[in-house]
Design a protein around this ligand. Structure first.
Ligand code: TRP
Length: 447
């Protein structure tokens, strides 16, 4: 075994994979996608996508990774040497660079908000002052680039120390504490005057809002939140012990990840509606509403600081898993040293991230092209965060379903599990349901 790789301990995989899954996707991206897509219907389709597509694809990725012990490109080449399927792996490695670049911008902003909270910046916040604070903050180019750099350096530092030493240790303890603060926020938000309007928005599906755009956003969010479609879970799967249960771990990861996202919505929307704010305000929604909520809470400054600190750490356990994909590729396939790979790739992700860091400050890159009315970060979020992951998941499902074959995958899935009665259902999803649904939605949304 290549000593630059490594192995998770028994509980380490669930912790590391849950650490990868839970992050800004749950607390930042999920609420803003729900808000932009009209509320309850998005939530419903999201949950269906998790159960019908994301969980089966998660098990496909982990089993492929554990069976081959490789990064996405290497895993595919192990099963089918020299085949063009390897391009699915390359797409994953490329997506890793791109997602890391804009994700780290937002992660840097959570660090910035931690500093604001510590210095008492949330005191007496109103919806107006909170929005002004966010606009001012994202418009500050130097701060944005510096925070991006800081966050990438943190990620590189952990990844360069390796899976067991760095990644695993970072994923422990934190989750229960984060959950505790979320529950406090939940109570505060739900007891605000007018909170029920937000709950209704969040839970009542408005079927007239059903569009291909909504469905692709919900499906993309399911992949994003569970870290699927670019081989993160193939790569993490390659560090999983044969004694661990893949169905068991996958179930826990999905449950935990979905629970936190749903919880986040119950915090954001009651607060949004009680404050008369707009639910469809895009990617700033979390930063605009939470300071107001903390200002209305006893001990809100302390909780605010703690919240943004924990969210930064949750984001870090996710960026680690994103960077790990290209790093594992260069270690396995190109023989690079782990440290070297981490620094080089981190440096490139930083350079790619700079336009995203500047885009909220009014530096318009694509916004004057016809048909595109959004900044760089938002555009990247759509292209790499929704489309590329859906395409990746489509091909991974096909590869496992038809090239590696579900019978071989099920052998791997059943290793370390006492019994897995849902094998047939899983195979059906990987071979038919997931590819057909993903393809249909992609095609319809392109037409
Ligand atoms: N799932 C993480 C979140 O919700 C982000 C993430 C980590 C990710 N690894 C990924 C997203 C791989 C897409 C692909 O914050």
């Amino acid at each position: 075994m290549n000593e630059e790789r490594g192995k998770f301990s028994k509980l380490g995989f669930i912790l590391a994979a849950a650490g990868s899954a839970v992050g800004l996707g749950n607390l930042w991206r999920f609420p803003f996608e729900v808000g932009d897509n009209g509320g309850g219907l998005f939530v419903l389709i999201y949950i269906i996508a998790i159960a019908a597509i994301a969980i089966p694809v998660l098990m496909a990725e982990v089993s492929l990774g554990r069976y081959t012990g490789k990064n996405p490109v290497g895993a595919i080449l192990t099963i089918r040497p020299g085949s063009p399927w390897k391009w699915v792996g390359y797409l994953g490695v490329a997506s890793g660079f791109m997602i890391l670049s804009f994700y780290s911008v937002v992660a840097g902003q959570t660090v910035g908000y931690f500093c604001k909270a510590v210095s008492g910046g949330f005191r007496d916040m109103t919806p107006e002052t909170a929005e002004a604070m966010y606009t001012g903050f994202t418009g500050h180019s130097v701060a944005q680039v510096a925070l991006l750099l800081l966050f990438i350096l943190l990620t590189v530092f952990v990844v360069s120390r390796g899976v067991a030493g760095g990644i695993e240790r970072c994923s422990k303890i934190l989750m229960p504490v984060l959950l505790g603060i979320l529950v406090l926020l939940l109570v505060r938000s739900l007891t605000l005057e007018g909170a029920s309007l937000g709950v209704a928005f969040y839970l009542k599906p408005d079927w007239s809002a059903l569009t291909p755009k909504l469905v692709i956003a919900a499906m993309g969010q399911a992949f994003f939140s569970m870290s699927l479609g670019m081989g993160t879970m193939i790569t993490y799967g390659s560090y999983v012990s044969k004694k661990d249960s893949i169905p068991g771990s996958s179930g826990w990861i999905a449950l935990f990840d979905t629970f936190i996202a749903i919880l986040a919505g119950f915090i954001i929307f009651p607060a949004i509606f009680s404050q008369g704010m707009d639910p469809a305000q895009g990617s700033g929604i979390m930063f605009n509403v939470l300071p107001v909520l903390f200002a209305k809470m006893p001990g809100g400054m302390v909780f605010g600081a703690l919240f943004f600190l924990l969210l930064s750490i949750a984001a870090l356990t996710s960026t680690i898993s994103i960077l790990e994909v290209p790093v594992a590729y260069f270690i396995d396939e190109k023989g690079w040293k782990r440290k070297y790979a981490a620094y080089i790739i981190g440096g490139m992700a930083f350079l790619i991230g700079v336009p995203s860091a500047l885009s909220n400050g009014g530096v318009a890159f694509f916004s004057n092209l016809p048909g595109i009315h959004m900044g760089f970060a938002d555009l990247w979020n759509k292209v790499w965060g929704s489309y590329s992951l859906s395409i990746g998941a489509f091909f991974i499902a096909l590869f496992v379903g038809y090239v590696w074959k579900t019978s071989n995958a099920l052998n791997e899935i059943r290793t370390g599990t006492r019994r897995f009665p849902l094998g047939g259902l899983w195979a059906f999803s990987v071979r038919f349901m997931a590819p057909v649904l993903i393809l249909a939605i992609l095609v319809i949304s392109f037409l």
